[in-house]
Design a protein around this ligand. Sequence first.
Ligand SMILES: Nc1ncnc2c1ncn2[C@@H]1O[C@H](COP(=O)(O)OP(=O)(O)OP(=O)(O)O)[C@@H](O)[C@H]1O
Ligand SMILES: [Mg+2]
Length: 454
Amino acid sequence: MTPRVLIVDDDQALCETLDAGLVRRDFHVAWCTSGDRALTLIDEGDFDVVLTDLHMGRLDGIGLCQCVVQRRPDIPVIVLTAFGSFDTAVAAIRAGAYDFISKPVQIDVLGIALRRASERKALHEEVKRLRSAVSTAPSDSRELIGTSPAMCAVHDVVARVADSDASVLITGESGTGKEVVARVLHKTGRRREGRFVAINCAAMPEPLLESELFGHARGAFTDAKEAHVGLFAQASGGTIFLDEIGDMPLALQPKLLRVLQERTVRPLGAAGEVPVDVRVIAATNRDLESAIEERRFREDLFFRLNVIHLALPPLRARGGDILILAQHWIAKTAAREKKSILGISPAAAEKLVAYSWPGNVRELQNCVEHAVALARYEQIMPEDLPDKIRSYKSSHVLVAGDDPSELVPMEEVERRYILRVLQAVAGNKTAAARVLGIERKTLYRKLERYGTDG
Ligand SMILES: Nc1ncnc2c1ncn2[C@@H]1O[C@H](COP(=O)(O)OP(=O)(O)OP(=O)(O)O)[C@@H](O)[C@H]1O
Ligand SMILES: [Mg+2]
């Protein structure tokens, strides 16, 4: 970016000297010799920073500063003060100046100050853009933040299927927002007046999970002193969310399949069937297709659950959403911690975008909370970020550099690339095969040949 500077000084010779010096340092420069003319130029033009002298005819530097702060608070003003006149420097800062520079001007020092000030304006603009990106998300699904193409596709499917009763399977790496999506589906759908009941299928041993889901009659087993209404019945009229479905015990899977097919449940030890009226949403971060092949998950159940498939993209595939989400949590966390933090410095933003985010949105949220707690300025700086993000080096180098002894055969390049892709998709072979554009069987064969399962 070439910063656009407006110089205001009644000494025309000084204007010309500064103009020449700054143009050589890659600035766009305009200048004028009065405060009134400066205001006209500011209204007409588009400046990143204003540099003004203090003593000039009718409208002096302090007055100009006040006008700019009122009319264009996004444009920082730097004031030129006489050497050693501390009082006027204080007056300038009070009038809203961003910085002051004392005469005689050293052009290099001036260049640095101007560049820093103009970056501040760029930051203001970025914050404004991110704020509006956050607030223009459709109001119903605003909890699901993201405007990247990958997330727009998710928003689109969510909007189209929320009102239906068809089962939804949500897949995606850990922390990609599967539960958020499930809740948005419920809240924006026809069943929103009903309950949203969630259960983690990985968290319980099989018998307990069975009675939690389907309920049991009094005396159904030794400890069953009271009857228990299962979650399917509790969710009647609403939605049941079966989280971590990939970890559901194999023995329980046919029972769940029956409920989905018959739309009735029979509580343990009960005499009759109870009709259920629920929408089923299931989620998993596992590769269900591999689980089916390894006979850990029933294929018929998979088809029942997977009527609509929502695959959440990993955060690293969401581009600018990283910064939009970060901005969202900076605002939230800063308000909670009562800190004044405007946004992210360009250098820190670069680190956030480059990092691979294996823990996805959840990891980003933790990272922002960490950074806000440590931040000392009104921007998040790289040093506020956790070590592993600050020092992250992406490993795009698959082939060696110029050294002929490091050149590798084609097959080795392929091996490295496949392992790199697997790493990027957290070992999910279905996803890896899709990225690589090969059959999953082919991928398995290659991994076998490398003597690794990835
Ligand atoms: N698009 C999003 N917009 C706003 N917040 C999000 C988004 N995606 C995820 N989050 C937040 O990130 C955190 C993790 O999301 P969630 O619990 O839904 O992930 P998950 O996919 O269910 O993860 P896991 O597989 O580990 O259970 C939550 O705090 C959630 O609010
Ligand atoms: Mg979850």
